[in-house]
Design a binder for this molecule. Structure first.
Ligand code: UDP
Length: 401
């Protein structure tokens, strides 16, 4: 029997971290011919190559190269990136003619699902149903677009499935799998223990803070970025904690553009380039407090048992807050992060570490098995056929039946 041709189209650092195991399962599949496509959104070695090496992921079959291309052309706006992504995805589809295209998360890369769906190919979305309801976030728009275009949606927890069905997405499309970040953290615990990063940076266990900041809403405003950095310095200086700060290229550029170098040049900061996963996870495990506006860095400290402050006004994944593992900054203003760091430093760490994957087992394996089942039962032949959909509740309602 001809194998089902599945394209996985990914673009940035956490995509590969979350997907490493599923990529390997798909590569070895008897049912699925797997084609790995990199959009090129992240292309720096420390944001892409290092993770392929650490996780032993083979080279993508196709690199759409959009990040470097827009840089070389000197075009900085997201619309240029998006139009090039659309063009190159279209060309890839013409060449590969896949049976479906799979995405993860809420990056700009997932916006190419519009041209995929428009060209008649089924779309599969992992990390479906995340909603912050904060329209300042570019990712919120990306989430809504891809979820509503997707033929098959994989959600981390039942709550995300509920949000999707409330939006009118049919129940049969959504499968709950648990949070796949658990696979990366569980499988690579040992490599993390071997990391020498604490010695390299000269910090000791539970005696430092770990900070990452890179969201567009943080780094596009001088005021917001300055407020957060100033509050971090205040807490660090009062408590004599060094601050390990792996700086993303765009964050570094924003600090320079806004003239905030005088803050991050203070003695408390230990700045570095973005780190590999093993070193970063080791730091997450051994930090006294993690402070981050990242999506994934809200989740990993829950698993490693480290306190975390989400340096944002909103989040699309509040379950770590409900578990008592993280605190949300919330209202963003002058001095609003500092009290949350103080509050977090006083928290216990005996929260339930299993809440991201309450069923146990491997979310990547569950996803793989469900995908194979869908392929074997011809799910994608029906998933957007009108004959199939006309009996579904939402369509019946639309026709008043
Ligand atoms: N990470 C890393 N090195 C770093 C900072 C983060 O390996 O210097 C990892 C981190 O462990 C997590 C992921 O990168 O798995 C988070 O990526 P990011 O914050 O860029 O993206 P988001 O999750 O916000 O989409």
């Amino acid at each position: 029997m001809k194998k089902f041709k599945l394209v996985t189209l990914l673009g940035i650092r956490p995509d590969y971290i979350r997907m490493f195991k599923l990529i390997k399962l798909l590569d070895q599949s008897d049912t699925i011919e797997h084609i790995l496509v990199h959009s090129g959104q992240h292309y720096d070695p420390e944001l892409f190559g290092i993770f392929m090496e650490e996780f032993g992921i083979r080279k993508p079959d196709i690199d759409l190269g959009i990040g470097l291309a827009v840089k070389e052309r000197g075009l900085t706006g997201h619309a240029y990136q998006n139009s090039l992504l659309t063009e190159r995805t279209f060309e890839m589809l013409e060449k590969v003619k896949p049976d479906a295209v799979m995405y993860l998360g809420d990056t700009n890369t997932v916006l190419s699902s519009v041209v995929v769906s428009r060209s008649g190919y089924p779309v599969i979305h992992l990390e479906a149903g995340g909603r912050s309801y904060d329209w300042r976030m570019p990712e919120e728009k990306n989430r809504v677009v891809i979820d509503h275009l997707s033929d098959a949606l994989y959600s981390y927890l039942p709550r995300y499935k509920d949000l999707l069905t409330q939006e009118g997405i049919e129940d049969f499309r959504v499968t709950v799998i648990g949070n796949i970040i658990v696979d990366a953290v569980n499988q690579y615990g040992k490599s993390t223990d071997a990391s020498k990063i604490l010695d390299i940076l000269g910090v000791s266990e539970k005696k430092f803070m770990l900070v990452t900041l890179h969201r567009e809403e943080t780094i596009s405003s001088k005021e917001i970025l300055e407020n957060k950095l100033s509050d971090i310095v205040r807490f660090a200086e009062e408590n004599k904690y060094p601050v390990v700060f792996p700086v993303m290229p765009r964050t570094g550029a924003a600090i320079e553009k806004f003239g905030l170098g005088h803050i991050v040049d203070k003695d408390v900061f230990i700045k570095s380039k973005p780190l590999g996963f093993f070193d970063f996870l080791r730091l997450e495990k051994d930090a006294q407090i993690v402070i981050s506006d990242s999506g994934t860095v809200q989740e990993e400290p829950l698993i490693t048992g480290t306190r975390c402050v989400i340096a944002r006004r909103s989040t699309e994944r509040p379950e770590t807050i409900w578990a008592g593992a993280t605190i949300l900054e919330g209202f963003e203003g002058r001095g609003t992060l500092y009290p949350k760091i103080v509050e977090s430093s006083k928290m216990g760490t005996d929260w339930d570490r299993s809440i991201l994957n309450p069923e146990g087992g491997s979310p990547s394996e569950r996803t793989y098995q469900d995908l194979v089942k869908k392929v074997e039962t011809g799910y994608f032949k029906n998933s957007r056929s009108f004959d199939f959909l006309k009996d579904k509740e939402s369509v019946r309602k639309a026709y008043n039946k």
